[in-house]
Design a protein around this ligand. Structure first.
Ligand SMILES: [Mg+2]
Length: 331
């Protein structure tokens, strides 16, 4: 059986590492001198293959979900990362978003995990979107590949977002992203899979009174011709809607892992997060074996990442076998 956790998570980590040296660089500078390979140093003065918070927080989820779904345990892993440098390449946290930091400080003060994420309009950075991917594998183990009709499945995605980002816009972005990821795993044509994933998520949210007012922010993404949007209208900022749009646009306008993640990095701005969000989906679509061997060789703690993914893969495939009755009850 394909190790989808490894495909997606390594796709995310490699893309993150490609973006780290040029984070915050503007698009025009990158147009004149584009990233074409794994770089080093730059923005954070880190060696080649260094991945950042996007990957670290994703690995916090991977590790926790191997034991099942426990919001307190996920937050505890986030704290181990934030305070002790666990789940990092070199035990150093050099990159953390403002909303994420505030959420972790709330957790430290004893706030319940799913109430820790900020809920103001300013709390719509890409900090939950960039780390949401592993919940896909848990959801599929419980609900199978058609979870988009299941309220509880979306609630779980929203709760995992709300650990650091509780605004409905961030939650919808995560819901759409996981819906796309799920359709990609059905091995359909990539464009059809993306359209289907967006459509199914939008159909779900249209029926939710609490969310429907926020859907307007995702209308452009849901348009039939979104992929034709000209480059200058694609923003690659840290705003969750911009990041989701930019990542999906890169997938729709390339046909292999390398081109997709380089396109994402070279949009400039929040390069590592946009690339990580795109790279997770590109990894699912094209697979681990299609990631450059040279790039993989530079990735810090590659075996550690692979071991964590293997554990999650074993856990979710085992759950599929052992828990069919429970899944039916939930349905
Ligand atoms: Mg980062």
């Amino acid at each position: 059986m394909a190790n989808n956790a490894l495909n997606g998570v390594m796709g995310l980590c490699v893309a993150d590492a490609l973006g780290v040296p040029v984070e915050f660089m503007d698009r025009n500078t990158l147009l004149n001198n584009p990233v074409v390979d794994m770089g080093a140093y730059g923005t954070y003065n880190q060696p080649a293959g260094t991945w950042s918070d996007d990957s670290s927080m994703t690995l916090c989820l991977v590790d926790s979900l191997s034991k099942g779904l426990d919001y307190n345990d996920i937050m505890t892993n986030f704290m181990r990362w934030f305070e002790k440098g666990k789940y990092t390449p070199f035990r150093e946290v050099f990159d953390i978003g403002i909303s994420t930091r505030e959420a972790l400080l709330r957790f430290e003060r004893g706030i319940s995990p799913i109430d820790c994420g900020g809920v103001s309009e300013h709390d719509n950075g890409n900090g939950s979107l960039m780390r949401i991917l592993p919940i896909l594998f848990y959801l599929q183990s419980i609900y199978g590949s058609e979870f988009q009709d299941i309220d509880e499945a979306f609630k779980i995605i929203h709760n995992v977002s709300a650990l650091t980002h509780g605004h409905k816009r961030s939650q919808i972005a995560c819901g759409i992203y996981i819906s796309i990821a799920s359709e990609i795993l059905k091995q359909m044509d990539l464009k059809i899979a993306i359209e289907s994933g967006i459509y199914k998520a939008m159909e779900y949210y249209k029926k939710q009174n609490d969310f429907v007012d926020e859907l307007t922010y995702f209308n452009r993404l849901a348009e039939k011709n979104f992929f034709k949007t000209p480059l200058e209208k694609i923003k690659s900022s840290g705003y969750v809607v911009d990041t989701l749009e930019a990542a999906v646009w890169c997938l729709l306008n390339t046909n292999n892992y390398k081109d997709c993640v380089l396109k994402a990095v070279n949009l400039g701005g929040d390069t590592d997060a946009v690339a990580a969000v795109a790279g997770g989906l590109a990894g699912l679509r094209y697979g681990y074996d299609n990631i450059s061997k040279e790039w993989l060789a530079t990735i810090a703690k590659r075996e550690y990442i692979e071991d964590l993914c293997e554990q999650l893969n074993l856990a979710v495939t085992r759950t599929e076998i052992e828990r069919p009755c429970e899944a039916k009850e939930v349905l």
